[in-house]
Write a protein that binds this ligand. Structure first.
Ligand SMILES: Nc1ncnc2c1ncn2[C@@H]1O[C@H](COP(=O)(O)OP(=O)(O)OP(=O)(O)O)[C@@H](O)[C@H]1O
Ligand SMILES: [Mg+2]
Length: 359
């Protein structure tokens, strides 16, 4: 069920070579190569219109590529679509639950479609409802579910058949932080149980939480790939933001940091509008060193936090430009899940790193 060894020793569960898919003049996929090692999570990070959903659709056998090859768990997407579908699970960007059926009926129906005997389909549905905290709502029609509940039901649905390879297409876009954390925990649990995951996201923090490796796509092309830490280092890691106890001291603080020559700390700048001093840092040691320096010089600090680069900042660092705004298409006009708008949505609700210290 597996394919060749990848360069770093793991076995590739997903192997994509030269994938091309054009829609008229739109190059949704323009020669994509990637691999997901078995038992790991690959994050595919990209802005609206980058080609993420198109990639997931090709890998799910829902659309045919114009060129290139893709193998999943050893099965070729074009030659062995039926076998391939049996080993994958898909949580799409757009909910696939039947609104009129209850949560339990939705899961039971999928189990039956996957040829589970009635008793097993019922047991699996109940097990997953429990896991996703949906037991109480199990008998209510899905149309009465909140956005987060639908997303959890959708995720549960994709897991009915215990897929070896799971595609999660922007699984947390539009979710509140609590529900997002629940989804993350469930994904981590599945990976701990041996699943391989291809996760698309627009959130750097999500990639950092879940992905072992990252592929950054833009306009149908891979523009960067590597371990999350490597990419973060490339784009400058995190930004440490410091609020001086005395707002008048911001400039002096930035100057002190700039002149101190701390290892790997290039300098600081003042955001006058916010009254903050910002320092790009790559490690917790640098954070400690900067705060220690300021304390040692007698500066009072009211608040510090660290902030991950947003997708826009990642793009700026990798390409020297902002992500291209997307042309409106039918796709963008489709209703998205949970009543969230499907259009360009790069607000970064989860861009804050969870290091936040009131001093
Ligand atoms: N069925 C289609 N017909 C025409 N164009 C399409 C179709 N599907 C996708 N596209 C176009 O292909 C490009 C890639 O779209 P895709 O949906 O794969 O992007 P995405 O990375 O998933 O974006 P988002 O983050 O908004 O979901 C876009 O320019 C999109 O408009
Ligand atoms: Mg998409």
């Amino acid at each position: 069920m597996t394919t060749r060894l990848t360069d770093n020793g793991g076995t590739a569960a997903v192997e994509v070579r030269g994938l091309v898919k054009h829609y008229g003049s739109t190059k949704a996929l323009d020669g994509v190569d990637l691999e997901v090692r078995q038992g790991t999570v690959l994050g595919v990070l990209g802005p609206n219109g980058a080609g993420k959903t198109t990639l997931v659709r090709v890998l799910s056998t829902l659309i045919r590529p114009d060129a290139g090859t893709a193998r999943v768990a050893g099965y070729d997407v074009l030659q062995q679509p039926r076998q391939l579908r049996r080993v994958i699970g898909l949580t799409g960007q757009y909910a696939s639950v039947d609104e009129k059926l209850s949560g339990r009926e939705n899961l039971y129906m999928i189990g039956r479609l996957l040829d589970l005997p009635r008793k097993d389909a019922r047991a699996r549905a109940d097990e997953l409802l429990e896991r996703f905290s949906l037991t109480e709502a199990a008998r209510r029609p899905a149309m009465q579910y909140s956005g987060g509940m639908r997303r959890r039901l959708d995720l549960a649905a994709s897991m009915i058949g215990r897929p070896a390879v799971l595609y999660l297409d922007e699984p947390t876009t539009g979710l509140d932080p609590r529900t997002r954390n629940e989804v993350w925990e469930e994904v981590q649990r599945m990976v701990a149980e041996g699943a391989t995951v291809l996760l698309t996201t627009q959130y750097m923090e999500e990639a950092e939480q879940l992905a072992h490796e990252l592929t950054v796509v833009d306009r149908g092309r891979v523009i960067a790939e590597g371990k999350v830490a490597e990419l973060k280092a490339k784009v400058g890691g995190r930004t440490l933001r410091i609020r001086p106890a005395d707002p008048g001291e911001a400039a002096a603080m930035a100057e002190a940091i700039g002149q101190a020559g701390l290892d790997g700390v290039a300098g600081a700048h003042v955001d006058s509008a916010e009254g903050l001093v910002s320092v790009p840092i790559l490690s917790d040691e640098q954070l400690t060193a900067v705060v220690g320096l300021l304390g040692g010089r007698g500066f009072g600090i009211a608040h510090i936090d660290t902030h991950l680069p947003s997708l826009d900042e990642v793009f700026l660092a990798l390409t020297g430009r902002q992500p291209a705004p997307e042309e409106p298409t039918d796709e963008a006009a489709r209703p998205s899940r949970g009543g969230q708008p499907a259009g360009p949505d790069r607000a970064e609700p989860n861009n804050e790193k969870n290091v936040e210290v009131a001093v």
